[in-house]
Every structure is written in structure tokens, then in C-alpha cells.
Design a protein around this ligand. Structure first.
Ligand SMILES: CC(C)(COP(=O)(O)OP(=O)(O)OC[C@H]1O[C@@H](n2cnc3c(N)ncnc32)[C@H](O)[C@@H]1OP(=O)(O)O)[C@@H](O)C(=O)NCCC(=O)NCCS
Length: 200
């Protein structure tokens, strides 16, 4: 707890539930620990700024740190990605049953993704949904817009929908920017990392 700065401690105090508060604290302390190690700086010199869509970036003694990172947490899992530059995004989701899975699929998946999920038997559908969802969220978080982006408007590359662990992705409006996408899911949780060396 003592590693967190005043803003983070205030954020921490706003969590209503002890579990969420504890997970936020642990995740921030872990993030600070890996960033201090990578940047070779003291914790009190490390601070965070947020973009217009709230994507955090690091500063050391008030200057932008030469590192990109992104964080995700779900239940008892946390995930931190670091990259030497460019933009990176991660997402992790525990594979818990969702009461309105079909409505969710209709809202966030593209046409090919929807028909492939509809053809999958129920338990498999949930599994595939989480894999696709974390890849979409990792891309939207790497981009920086997060879920203010309409993730139903793009689809995960077909080879990755069919099981490839990594692939290349391009948003239709920025075809010059190539994103490397990795599906790092296990049976217990779904997780993905997206990275582009491009800053813009
Ligand atoms: C970021 C977002 C995708 C989080 O989804 P989630 O599944 O609930 O949470 P995750 O655990 O995967 O990720 C949360 C982490 O993502 C990071 N994050 C927040 N906003 C982000 C963004 N726009 N892009 C990338 N990362 C972001 C933060 O580090 C956050 O963790 P922390 O607050 O503990 O540091 C979603 O809340 C979002 O889209 N936010 C942006 C909303 C927006 O545009 N707001 C406008 C300004 S008010």
C-alpha cells in the first residue's frame, strides 16, 4: 500500500469491496515494481498520466518514460505487458459463465465471428467467445480508445479464429499500422496481447 501515490491511494479508497480494493493495490504495486526495475528508477520518481481515453502511461521525474505498458485484471488474475516502445494492450478474463452470452455476442462480434460462435456447441461457445473478446479488447486497449471503440466493426484474423496463437492485424482506417496479436489463453483464463512499434 505504501508504494501507491496519493492519487492511487484515493482511487483505492473509493473501491466499495475489499477484494476489488486489494486487487487494485496489488496490481498497481506489481506494475510499479516492474516499471522501477525496467526503468532503473525509484518508486517515488515514478508517476502515471492518462490519455484522453484514460490509457495510463509512465513518467519518471515528470518526463515521459521510454517504455510502453498496459494492465488488465479479472478476478484473481492480473496481467502486465511491457514493450520498449510503440503501443501495447492486454486483456485477461476469467472464464466465468455469462447470463446473457448471446446478447453480448450480438453486440460485440462481427458477422463471421457471430456465425462461427452460433455454430459452436454451448460450452465451447463460451470458451471461443472469451478468446475472441480478449483479443478484441487487447487491440482496442493497445490502440488507446479502449471500449469507446466499436469492437463489432472489426474481426479477429481468420487463422487466429481457427486456433493460431499469433497473427497480424490492421484496423481498416489505419491500414499502414500493423499490430502483432498473441492469444496467450489457457483453459482457466482467456488472455491476449497486442503490440505495434508505431506510436501513432
Ligand atoms: C479500459 C477499459 C477497456 C477497461 O476494461 P476492463 O475489462 O474493465 O478492465 P481491464 O482490467 O482489462 O483494464 C483496466 C486497465 O486498463 C488500463 N486502461 C484504462 N483505460 C484504458 C484505455 N483507454 N486504453 C488502454 N488501457 C486502459 C488501466 O491501466 C486499467 O487498470 P487500472 O485502472 O487498475 O490501472 C474500459 O474501461 C474503457 O474502454 N475505458 C475507456 C473509456 C473512455 O474512453 N473514457 C473516456 C474518458 S472518461
Amino acid at each position: 500500500m505504501s508504494w501507491l501515490d496519493r492519487d492511487e491511494q484515493q482511487r483505492r479508497d473509493r473501491f466499495l469491496y475489499g477484494g476489488a480494493r486489494q486487487r487494485f493495490t496489488l496490481c498497481r504495486a506489481a506494475l510499479r515494481s516492474v516499471l522501477c526495475r525496467e526503468l532503473d528508477c525509484r518508486n517515488e520518481h515514478l508517476a502515471f498520466e492518462a490519455s484522453e481515453h484514460n490509457k495510463p502511461s509512465a513518467t519518471v521525474r515528470g518526463r515521459p518514460a521510454p517504455i510502453s505498458f498496459n494492465v488488465s485484471h479479472s478476478g484473481r488474475h492480473g496481467l502486465i505487458a511491457l514493450a520498449p516502445g510503440g503501443r501495447v494492450g492486454v486483456d485477461v478474463e476469467e472464464r466465468v459463465p455469462h447470463p446473457n452470452l448471446d446478447e453480448l455476442i450480438a453486440a460485440v462480434m462481427g458477422p463471421n465471428e457471430r456465425s462461427e460462435l452460433a455454430a459452436a456447441p454451448r460450452p465451447r461457445r463460451l470458451h471461443l467467445f472469451f478468446n475472441l473478446w480478449t483479443m478484441k479488447e487487447a487491440l482496442s486497449k493497445a490502440h488507446g480508445m479502449g471500449l469507446s471503440m466499436d469492437v463489432a466493426r472489426f474481426e479477429i484474423p481468420q487463422a487466429m479464429r481457427e486456433g493460431s496463437a499469433s497473427g497480424c492485424f490492421r484496423f481498416a482506417d489505419t491500414p499502414d499500422v500493423a499490430w502483432r496479436l498473441h492469444n496467450i489463453s489457457t483453459e482457466e483464463f482467456a488472455a491476449a496481447v497486442a503490440h505495434s512499434p508505431d506510436r501513432q
